[in-house]
Design a protein around this ligand. Structure first.
Ligand code: BES
Ligand code: ZN
Length: 649
């Protein structure tokens, strides 16, 4: 589909939404805008409707059918003392209508000092109003523009509690001497540090000047220069158009080490060598991915190693993936994370989901690509193990989710995307693509993906755009192998369709009898030869343990394998889950240390949930309240809800 057709689809979606589905006069879209300014969230209006409208972003107030932000110039100063980012965002707009309309931007907890607008450098002060705050979406900023104005300059400052920014004290860093700051914009947190059209369907280029204390270095999802003098003023440009959720900034005591011609790592000096060694295969991964899916479009690919409070494993900020230090295991066992963030350079950053309902287009494709990269670099056995663990994750998620949350094209109206995060878009999406690959053959499927990335490059697309593309391509080319009904079942229905592939690994299945024999007392833990087990096998072995184990069984396992002291955070996590549900006290000191030193929600949420579910609410509260000051705002939000209930803020 051409960009024009794509845009028309989005527009029709937006108009239908505003006008109650049937009206399509341009005026009807102003209803949405008016409601937004009055503080009525797009989510509220939608509750009565049957299905979400394709291409409508229910998580943005922006009137993207009137204006599109094409470029942003940032001039920002980072104040560690006040935990405030302050400065100016200058937006370049494309006007889509001739009518005099206010510009509506997304903000959250921003203090707007002044707004000027006009043409080029001829800017005059203009009126602006902040609308009613929605708990999930933030606050619409409505700006009255002079006729034909295409430049808007907003002076603003962030709140110390900005949802997309974490300010770290020196003691929360590896070095311990300098403060640190990082942003995390996905899904809807860019608006907490930049006023903009915070929707993935809008792509913009950006330039930035970032002012920091002179002893620190700033890096961004842009053209970082490791040679740049450390003088407290850093210039960036991102010449490719990207959605707002990929704008990212970090400031800290950062050094750089190259890993290959186009790849390198930024980290605090204490972590730099270990990180560069752990991730030394990044350059090969990049080359392998290009060979199959087309050229890497972003110039350099560097990694930034963050402090352990980073709430995710990784974030695919273009040119500079943000990475948790908890995957530096010493044996490359957790580097699938790097393959994953790298793969987003195609699936996600090049071809982007148009709304958060379409997240599976980002994460499902990326999970599929990750497995392929892992196979390419580390071989078949590793590939099968990664796939089998992914399948088990999916099954575990399906076991405790409502039907509506098992649907790939998920209905997120009125919901906070942070609350609905799960393995479904990742693993169900990936399994769906794996089924397509199995049905038409790998070569043909790789060709399809290459064409898909080229066709939609630098666009944001909906689930329905993908389906339409599939109809024009694979569904026509392979009528014997594929049918649309089954594809729709994958995308629009809960669960895993019957007959779907079930990836398994011999390296795992051979562990089942050993686990059974140990459980039935036939063999002692110490008699199991684990000398050549990989991390994946440990995870499989532990995650397959029954709900209940006796105190003596736990002591035996721990004694034989030193699980409480495991240096591998994934193994430690699997073990701590067992320890919590079985009240295994000897692991509780490690549990507390783990929960207070790591902020990765993939670990924290299940551990806190497990504590609450197994009657240790008091312990959960005590540890959480103690650790809270060091957690990222997102970690505080999602885990408060786990511990104190869904209404906790
Ligand atoms: N883009 C995601 C992180 C994300 C998703 C942030 C949705 C906010 C909303 C990133 O690429 C990711 O998937 N990270 C995973 C990696 C894992 C699946 C290998 C993580 O952090 O665990
Ligand atoms: Zn991802």
């Amino acid at each position: 589909m051409s960009p024009r057709i794509l845009y028309t689809t989005l527009l029709i979606g937006a108009l239908a939404f505003a006008g109650g589905c049937t009206k399509s006069e341009p005026e009807s879209s102003s209803a949405q805008v008016a409601d937004a300014v009055q503080g009525k969230s797009p989510g509220d209006q939608q509750q009565a409707q049957a299905a979400p409208e394709s291409g409508v972003d229910y998580h943005s107030f922006a009137n993207t059918d009137d204006f599109l932000v094409k470029h942003v110039d940032l001039d920002l100063e980072v104040h560690f003392d006040r935990k405030v980012i302050e400065g100016e965002a200058k937006l370049q707009l494309e006007r889509l209508t001739d009518q005099k309309k206010p510009l509506i931007l997304d903000t959250r907890d921003l203090h707007i000092e002044s707004v000027r607008a006009g043409h080029g450098s001829q800017l005059q002060p203009v009126k602006f109003t902040l609308g009613k705050t929605d708990p999930h979406l933030g606050t619409p900023l409505s700006i009255e523009l002079p006729q034909n104005a295409t430049t808007v300059a907003i002076r603003y400052s962030t709140s110390p509690d900005a949802s997309g920014v974490q300010w770290l004290e020196p003691q929360q860093t590896a070095g311990g001497d300098f403060p640190f700051l990082f942003t995390q914009a996905q899904a809807i947190h860019a608006r907490s540090f930049i006023p903009l059209q915070d929707s993935p369907k809008v792509r913009m280029t950006y330039n930035a000047t970032i002012r920091t204390p002179p002893e620190l270095r700033a890096v961004m999802s842009a053209n970082n220069d490791p040679q740049a003098a450390k003088d407290g003023v850093y210039e960036f440009s991102m010449p490719q158009p990207i959605p707002s959720y990929l704008i990212a900034l970090a400031v800290g005591d950062l050094d750089f080490k190259p890993m290959g011609e186009r790849t390198g790592v930024y980290a605090e000096p204490e972590l730099l060598d270990a990180a560069a060694a752990e991730f030394e295969d990044t350059e090969s991964m990049l080359e392998a991915t290009e060979k199959v899916y087309g050229p890497y479009r972003w110039d350099r690919y560097d990694l930034l190693i963050l402090p352990p409070s980073f709430p995710f494993g990784g974030m695919e900020n273009p040119r500079l993936s943000f990475i948790t230090p908890t995957v530096i295991a010493g044996d490359k066992s957790l580097v699938a994370l790097i393959a994953h963030e790298l793969a987003h350079s195609w699936s996600g950053n090049l071809v982007t989901n148009a709304s958060w309902r379409d997240l599976w287009l980002n994460e499902g494709f990326t999970t599929y690509l990750t497995n392929r990269i892992m196979q390419n670099i580390y071989g078949d056995e590793r590939y099968r193990m990664e796939m089998a663990l992914g399948y088990d994750d999916l099954e575990a998620d399906l076991a405790d989710r409502e039907d509506r949350d098992e649907i790939m094209a998920i209905d997120l109206r009125g919901r906070d995307p942070d609350d609905v995060f799960s393995n479904i878009p990742y693993e169900k999406g990936s399994l769906f693509l794996y089924e397509l690959e199995q049905k038409i053959g790998r070569e043909a499927f790789d060709q399809f993906l290459l064409d898909y990335f080229n066709h939609f490059s630098f666009e944001s697309i909906t689930t329905e755009d993908f389906l339409a593309y599939l109809q024009q391509t694979l569904l026509q080319q392979y009528p014997q192998q594929l049918n649309e009904a089954r594809i729709r079942q994958w995308i629009y229905e809960p669960g895993i369709p019957e007959g779907a592939p079930h990836p398994r690994s011999d390296a795992f299945t051979k562990l089942d009898p050993l686990r059974d024999q140990w459980l039935s007392g036939e063999i002692a833990a110490a008699d199991i030869d684990t000398s050549d087990w990989t991390f994946h096998q440990w995870k499989y072995f532990l995650d397959g343990m029954p709900e209940k184990l006796s105190e003596s069984q736990l002591r035996e396992l721990d004694g034989a394998f030193g699980l409480t002291d495991s240096k591998n955070n994934e193994i430690a996590f699997s073990w701590l889950m067992i320890a919590v549900r079985n009240d295994y006290q000897p692991a509780f000191a490690r549990l507390e240390d783990f929960l207070t030193s790591i902020g990765r929600n993939k670990f924290l949420r299940p551990l806190y949930r497990n504590l609450v579910d197994s009657g240790k609410q008091e312990m959960a509260v005590r540890i959480f309240e103690e650790a809270k000051a060091g957690y990222h705002p997102l970690t505080v939000k999602v885990n408060s809800r786990v511990i104190y209930g869904p209404d906790a803020s």
